[in-house]
Design a protein around this ligand. Structure first.
Ligand code: UTP
Length: 483
């Protein structure tokens, strides 16, 4: 029988039946009474659903949510931030080597937890299911989750079995994600080390600050942003669970990057050596227009400026040698100390404000029929995880190599796409083969290497394989798109 992963409780499930008269009065008093406008036509079950959903919406904070704005920091408040550089861009190789050793010690001592944020709606990808289930392996078509699990199995073998994997879902992705893990036998990982928890949902608002009915018996809500992971870690008891396990540092990453170097020891070692509360990995932006948030100092504090909020002056700034000044693009791979997450999540309204972005939000017309708006009709509200940087007493910003660490899956066919991610993965594996001295397949052949057996070129070399044909279970090839 397939066992289920461990489920951490969350604060989203009040089973109490709310008193409908009081509820309606409260909603009327706040100008939100319209959400009950189809009440008389609803079935008993639909009324219960709506009343339960309404009861858990915090009407008091709706007003401040309505006031949430996209904030564009003034250019004169922004300065570049110090980055720990890679050796090839002049970084101190010795310091990085020492950090690598320290990171390995932390992994061996069970001080690290992995956290994947997988609660997003993945609307741009248009995939029927959670993004993590997307088949991305260039030969095997293994899912994003499966590739990540391969890397985790390798880490566990190399360092320690004490390496829990916390999977954050949302109401949108939870059931399908759990089912996918169960059907795949948790990708060979012990169920007690795969821990699911859910982030909160937050209602979207129309431009007048009113809730939007998605269906006659449902108020439109969206997952509350990747920043919701920090509060969800606290509310679900995941932080307590980490402390019980002796975890000190959380390696945070997004589900949609198949090239993620999970628990990179050098990064973790730098985070520890700097006694950082929060760390960020950055890559060199390809050009000023690349759609990436930039890590910089904002009014003296470290922070990320969203690409939509970058002024032209900052975006295009060059130094005397013609290099981009704000080159440090965030790849949303963070390290957090557990204590810091507790502090920030405990004061979330202070550190993790909601950001609003105009969206087309599906609703119903006066007769309850679905309406898909052509123009944005309201604002989606989200917390951003990188806002926590402002709260950090100490941070560490570390350069990463785009070619081996970053190729997110956002869209099916253009930009940061599936096609590009498969091609980049295949090129990564080709590089490993070359470095390990193995004969290379002809160009145009897609390659995939099982991360659970070798997670970089030196590990591949250590296996002593002389040809691809010799190890078909580790190195797979197939005709296909490649660089
Ligand atoms: P994105 O901002 O790319 O959003 O999330 P998305 O939901 O994956 O895709 P679009 O924008 O709808 O097309 C970056 C990462 O943050 C997670 C996503 O699952 C992804 O790993 N995320 C985002 C959450 O876990 N919860 C959220 O509320 C938002």
């Amino acid at each position: 029988m397939v066992e289920k992963g461990v489920s951490l409780s969350h604060n989203q499930n009040p089973d109490v039946e709310p008193d409908i008269e009081t509820l309606r009065e409260r909603f009327e008093a706040c100008g939100q009474g319209h959400v009950f406008r189809f009440w008389d036509e609803l079935s008993e079950a639909a009324r219960k659903r709506l009343a339960r959903q309404a009861a858990r919406i915090d009407l008091e904070i709706l007003k401040s949510l309505h006031a949430a704005q996209a904030s564009t920091p003034a250019s004169d408040e922004i300065e570049p931030i110090a980055v720990v550089r890679l050796p090839e861009s002049g970084g101190d190789a010795d310091r990085l080597r020492r950090a690598g050793q320290r990171g390995e010690e932390l992994l061996s001592a069970g001080r690290i937890a992995l956290l994947v944020v997988a609660g997003g709606q993945g609307s741009r990808l248009g995939f029927d299911g959670p993004k993590g289930c997307y088949p991305i392996g260039p030969v095997s078509e293994r899912s994003l989750f499966a590739l990540q699990a391969q890397r985790i199995r390798r880490l566990r073998r190399r360092f320690s079995d004490a390496l829990p994997w916390y999977v954050m879902t949302s109401a949108t992705t939870d059931a399908a994600t759990r089912q996918f893990f169960a059907e795949n036998d948790h990708f060979g990982l012990p169920t007690h080390d795969v821990l699911f928890f859910q982030q909160a949902m937050v209602p979207s608002l129309d431009f007048e600050g009113r809730l939007i009915l998605e269906q006659p018996d449902r108020i439109f809500e969206n997952p509350n942003g990747h920043g919701g992971s920090l509060t969800a870690l606290l509310d679900s008891g995941a932080l307590d669970d980490m402390e019980r396990r002796g975890v000190e540092t959380i390696f945070y990453y997004q589900v949609d990057n198949p090239m993620i170097r999970l628990a990179d020891p050098t990064y973790l070692g730098l985070h520890a050596a700097e006694s950082a509360d929060m760390s960020c990995k950055v890559i060199r932006k390809l050009d000023p227009m690349e759609k990436m948030g930039v890590v910089a100092r904002i009014a003296g504090r470290p922070g990320v400026i969203e690409y939509t909020e970058l002024s032209d002056e900052i975006r295009h700034a060059r130094d005397t040698s013609g290099e981009m000044v704000y080159w440090a693009g965030s790849i949303a791979t963070h390290a957090f100390s557990v204590d810091f997450v507790r502090r920030v999540a405990g004061a979330a309204d202070e550190w993790l404000p909601y950001h609003a972005s105009a969206k087309k939000i599906p609703g119903v017309d006066d007769s309850g029929r679905p309406v898909v708006p052509r123009e944005p009709n309201g604002r989606k509200l989200e917390r951003f995880v990188f806002d926590a940087l402002t709260a950090a007493r100490q941070t560490c910003i570390v350069e990463a190599d785009r070619d081996i660490e970053y190729s997110p899956v956002k869209t099916p066919d253009v930009g940061e796409s599936v096609v590009k991610a498969r091609r980049n993965l295949s090129s990564l594996y080709r590089g490993w083969l070359a470095e390990a001295g193995l004969p290379l397949p002809p160009a145009g052949i897609a390659i995939e290497i099982d991360h659970s057996r070798a997670d970089d070129a030196s590990e591949l070399r250590a296996l002593g394989i002389k040809s691809i044909e010799e190890a078909p279970d580790i190195i797979r090839t197939a005709p296909g798109a490649e660089s």
